[in-house]
Design a protein around this ligand. Structure first.
Ligand code: TRH
Length: 388
């Protein structure tokens, strides 16, 4: 008999930005919501968490966030005794678990399933490393590496069961889109292409603003507060005040509030093109079934460029050659390899073709299964072995 997972401890160390907690929060919520697992999410940076999740109290030691118990992770916190350690313990993105917790895990009668949830990559080697065991050098514990990914033989991608239904209902109702934009203080003018911008500070934002200003077609560029502020201030002379767009040629430039995660999904669903970054927003933009441009999180020695090309190879496979070349040159230019201004006109022209591609791509990805379900299936297998 397969031993189902009833409880799970998920540890999240926020390195920087919002991706670590963004992914952990989504996973925690989905495990609890869709699979009925009792999830405890341990977070060491509650302020970042509060930014993407309404109602989080950054000072609380313990709180309930929807179906998830959230614990503040800090040096002096009370750790679970062996009997209180959950069936599964996940260290997200190689964060180091406290030694005392590892000791408690080892002292448990049946050891918990210990999983290191890795960062997402489209590279080929991921399949070979997915689910590999790593025995502890001293204790009777084995950690397993679990890799999200874009193929059948990886851990899949985070995707809530009802995501497509929510997006489709939103898109089918013009009033939902209008009111959700209005909540952000946005009212598009006729014929404006709506574009959202989420990127790191080193993106070529000035060439983007120049290109949109001088375009033949009109655009409304929506920028969440705090994103690309220095570049925008230098280019525009001042940051647009919230709700008061500035006009430059064929561009209107507008600052919008940084929303919670559901609000950000609605923004992605509302735009004709989304500039996204990191690990989580790039995936949400794919599920949004809209054209995107990815600013990848920079790594040492250009490792991120290998990762970018691995994704591009999958994303562009099957596209007509000229469309694939357009996507690759624009994404390379956005990531510092090439001239964005030169790449943009072809990308803009390709938006209708890219929209059709985005739908087919998203449906293909969804067919590989979702990360929460695959992770629980794997944990149940390991647990069954432990109990045997
Ligand atoms: O914030 P990021 O740059 O996070 C990064 C990456 O995850 C990277 O891989 C990791 O190594 C590094 O952190 C430490 O980008 P990402 O992954 O897109 O996460 C942003 C989160 O913020 C995502 O969950 C969406 C959410 N978000 C909102 O909820 N509201 C908003 O208005 C915006 C702009 C984003």
């Amino acid at each position: 008999m397969v031993e189902a997972v009833a409880s799970l401890d998920l540890f999240c160390n926020v390195v920087d930005n919002y991706g670590d907690i963004g992914v952990c929060w989504r996973l925690a919520r989905q495990l609890a919501d869709e699979h009925g697992v009792a999830v405890r999410l341990w977070v060491d940076d509650m302020k970042s968490f509060a930014r993407i999740c309404d109602g989080i109290d950054p000072a609380a030691e313990s709180q309930q966030a929807q179906p998830v118990t959230v614990r503040r992770w800090h040096a002096g916190m009370a750790l679970p005794a062996p009997a209180e350690v959950a069936d599964v313990v996940i260290e997200a993105f190689g964060c180091r678990l406290p030694d005392a917790l590892i000791a408690a895990m080892a002292a448990r009668q049946v050891p918990p399933v210990w999983i290191n949830l890795e960062y997402l990559s489209a590279e080929d080697w991921v399949e070979g490393c997915h689910r590999l065991p790593s025995p502890h050098p001293m204790l009777p514990l084995t950690k397993h590496f679990f890799f999200p990914g874009f193929t059948e033989n990886t851990g899949g991608l985070l995707r809530e069961r009802d995501l497509d239904a929510r997006r489709t209902a939103f898109e089918a109702n013009a009033e939902s889109m209008r009111s959700s934009l209005a909540e952000l203080g946005v009212s598009p003018e006729p014929d404006e292409t709506l574009i959202s911008l989420f990127c790191y500070p080193h993106a070529p934002v000035v060439p983007l603003l120049d290109a949109l200003r001088d375009d033949a077609a009109r655009s409304l560029l929506l920028v969440p507060e705090g994103v690309a502020s220095d570049a925008i201030r230098a280019w525009a002379g001042a940051l647009p005040e919230r709700g008061v767009p500035l006009r430059f040629g064929n561009l209107r430039l507008q600052t919008i509030p940084f929303t919670d995660q559901p609000g950000y999904d609605r923004l992605l669903w509302s735009c004709a093109l989304n500039f996204v970054r990191g690990e989580d927003s790039v995936l949400r933009a794919q599920w949004a079934q809209r054209p995107l441009v990815w600013h990848i999180y920079p790594q040492e020695e250009g490792a991120h460029l290998v990762k970018l090309d691995a994704f591009l190879a999958r994303y562009c496979a099957g596209m007509p050659a000229d469309l694939a070349a357009t996507v690759k040159s624009a994404w390379h230019a956005w990531n510092g390899d090439g001239d964005w201004r030169a790449a943009w006109p072809a990308y803009r022209k390709a938006l209708p073709a890219l929209r059709a591609h985005a739908s087919a791509w998203s449906a293909g990805l969804a067919a590989h299964g979702d990360l929460a379900g695959k992770l629980l299936g794997f944990a149940a297998q390991v647990r069954t072995r432990h109990k045997a």
